[in-house]
Write a protein that binds this ligand. Structure first.
Ligand SMILES: Nc1ncnc2c1ncn2[C@@H]1O[C@H](COP(=O)(O)OP(=O)(O)OP(=O)(O)O)[C@@H](O)[C@H]1O
Ligand SMILES: [Mg+2]
Length: 249
């Protein structure tokens, strides 16, 4: 099946505010439960998480270290499966997909910026950013053109062919952002995108993320300890005791 069709840009940009509110369940997480076993001890991290995301909205997830923010974001990004619970995208339970279909869906729909950026240091900024485009089936020139466009957009036009291992922390995080956005995903999930940056670099990356949220009409979920970044979002939710508490502004 071609999941990309169900999440195309025209639908996103064509929504009115009223429709957005009504379609609160565009992404719907229900009763997500996740435990880990560590040395014979079980840690119950998520104990029935509910979350609805509307098209184009921005949500901050905050909470103490070790509480389960990355765990939740990985499940929302379909990088990990919950022990139980469902994740519906436009009514489709994506964890019912087999691994190949799920990987295709993820590639077409979701951009992910990791807590630790997971770039390939020996490869150039361009090569790193074009990776998802190559995986999606674009040929090399098409993938390079898409990667160059987004790298220019994040201000790295003079760093396209630099090895990522030689770039500064802020530049690396902008490459990670470009890689996440190269296919213009419907959803961007970012895990502490500026956790390791100084104030000035953080502010630049924050501004960029918010501008791209508007430009690409994409839904944005950001895990952060940075209350300034959280304050830019339309909504902030806190994880505590394995569940989400909503704070509507
Ligand atoms: N793969 C795993 N195996 C075992 N335990 C895990 C695994 N992943 C996470 N955990 C545990 O689950 C808990 C939640 O981890 P998680 O990374 O989601 O926290 P977090 O809220 O993102 O923390 P931080 O703010 O420090 O990044 C922690 O106690 C962690 O040790
Ligand atoms: Mg984390």
């Amino acid at each position: 099946m071609d999941n990309s069709e169900a999440f195309d840009n025209s639908e996103r940009s064509g929504q009115t505010d009223r429709q957005r509110t009504q379609s609160g369940g565009w992404v719907c997480a229900r009763d997500l439960v996740k435990s880990f076993r560590n040395g014979g001890v079980s840690i119950d991290v998520l104990k029935g998480v509910q979350l609805d995301l509307a098209i184009g909205e921005s949500v901050a997830i905050v909470g103490a270290s070790g509480i389960g923010k990355s765990t939740l974001l990985h499940i929302l990004g379909t990088l990990d499966r919950p022990d139980s619970g469902t994740l519906l995208f436009k009514g489709e339970d994506v964890f019912q997909y087999d691994d190949v279909t799920l990987a295709q869906f993820r590639n077409q729909t979701i951009g992910f910026v990791f807590q630790f950026h997971h770039l390939l240091p020996e490869f150039s900024a361009l090569e790193n950013a074009m990776m998802p485009a190559l995986i999606s089936g674009l040929n090399k020139p098409e993938a390079a053109a898409a990667a160059e466009e987004i790298l220019v957009r994040v201000g790295l036009q003079d760093r396209l062919h630099h090895r990522v291992g030689k770039l500064s922390g802020g530049e690396q995080q902008r490459v990670a952002l470009a890689r996440a956005l190269v296919l213009k995903p419907a959803i961007l999930l970012a895990d502490e995108p500026t956790g390791n940056l100084d104030n000035s670099n953080s502010n630049q990356v924050h501004r960029l993320i918010m501008e791209l949220n508007q430009e690409l009409s994409m839904t944005l979920v950001v895990v952060t300890h940075n209350m300034e970044l959280a304050s830019y979002m339309s909504r902030c939710v806190t994880i505590s005791a394995g569940q989400l508490q909503q704070q509507v502004k």
